[in-house]
Ligand binder design. Structure first.
Ligand code: UDP
Length: 334
């Protein structure tokens, strides 16, 4: 089968990660259809392929979409992702991240569309018992967001055993950076992620960056994370899709660089990349944050042939900075 002959459905393709995947797939000659309700996505990110506005909460709309197109595969990015909000409003997270995903999977079954790429998360592991984390590490999420991701992984495993469905779950560590051509990038409202907030402080659109906790059991007392460039995530998704289109079976992969950076290191590197002073305030820990999350992504390297093209945090922050200035209206100096 020519993989480009039938379209790929990108649910949530107007969001941060989905839009980079849409760009990557389109650039490789795939036909794409984005399905999005703009609860988090942006119309400005609809730059490639076709588009249908709709909501996974409405089974009739999903059926209409599948009546309009015959999809080669489905990629799903339309989950809510704020850990703190998942603690204060779990109903919102279970409804969208679990029930709505089931709606999608069931309409796929009705239409015998049987290849699914799922955007999962390192939050499925919870507090690591060993680092770096491999895919066989125990799954013990410590917040509702992580539990929704694990529930969907479990549903997928059961569907894959019982029905003619094959899936790949990609467990991301900390997605960061922006399209090197700045056509799309990170744009959340409200923004809660470290790197865009640090860049706001560099730009002067916020007064400072708060460090959430300086008493962790880490070399400098601040949390350590594994930041992975969103363009590298996109590349891994395309490889995972091609593997499913070749007829291979269900699988789970970690996606990260295998190198951790503390919050202080992120702020230091951002200071060097931007050449700006970044005022810092030390505050209490944020509930639900594990001290260290570092991926072992060797399985993705060996099975998918994936190698990150932007392994350095300076290159990741440079791309984010270029996008950030474009988004918030500051003229780039270079
Ligand atoms: N963080 C911080 N100040 C902020 C936002 C985040 O110190 O204003 C820390 C957070 O506690 C975590 C790391 O930065 O240790 C990355 O957080 P982010 O929200 O970007 O991603 P997460 O790890 O929650 O997926």
């Amino acid at each position: 089968m020519n993989p480009a002959s039938e379209p790929i459905l990108i649910v949530g393709g107007a969001g941060y990660i989905g839009s980079h995947i849409n760009k990557g797939l389109s650039g490789q000659g795939y036909r794409t259809v984005v399905f999005d309700n703009f609860s988090c996505g942006h119309r400005e990110f609809l730059k490639w392929g076709e588009f249908v506005e709709g909501d996974l909460a409405d089974v009739g709309q999903i059926r209409g979409l599948f009546a309009q197109y015959r999809f080669a595969a489905v990629m799903h990015f339309s989950a809510f992702t704020y850990v703190g909000e998942s603690v204060s409003d779990p109903a919102k997270y279970y409804a969208n991240n679990v029930t709505n995903t089931l709606n999608l999977l069931n309409v796929m079954r009705e239409n015998t569309v049987n290849k699914f790429i799922f955007s999962s998360s390192a939050a499925t592991y919870g507090d690591p018992v060993e680092t770096p984390i491999t895919e066989t590490h125990p799954l013990a999420p410590i917040n509702p967001y992580g539990r929704t991701k694990l529930m969907v992984e479990n549903i997928l495993a059961d569907y894959s055993s019982a029905y003619d469905v094959r899936y790949t779950a990609l467990r991301y560590f900390n997605a960061a950076g922006a399209d090197p051509e700045t056509e799309v990038g990170e744009w959340h409202d409200p923004e809660t992620h470290l790197i865009p907030l640090v860049l706001d402080a560099a730009l002067g659109t916020r007064k400072n960056i708060q460090i959430y906790g300086t008493d962790y059991d880490t070399p400098d007392g601040t949390c350590v994370r594994d930041y992975i460039h969103v363009a590298d995530l996109a590349d891994a998704h395309i490889r995972a899709l091609e593997r499913l289109l070749r007829g291979e079976g269900s699988a789970v992969f970690n996606l990260g660089n295998g190198k951790g950076f503390s919050v202080r290191e992120v702020i230091d590197i951002a200071g060097k990349v931007t050449g700006r002073n970044i005022p810092v305030i030390e505050t209490d820990r944020r509930p639900g944050d594990p001290a260290v999350l570092i991926a072992d992504a060797k399985k993705a390297e060996s099975v998918l042939g994936w190698r990150p093209r932007y392994p350095g945090l300076d290159a990741i922050i440079e791309s984010a900075w270029k996008w950030h200035r474009k988004l918030f209206g500051e003229k780039a100096e270079d």
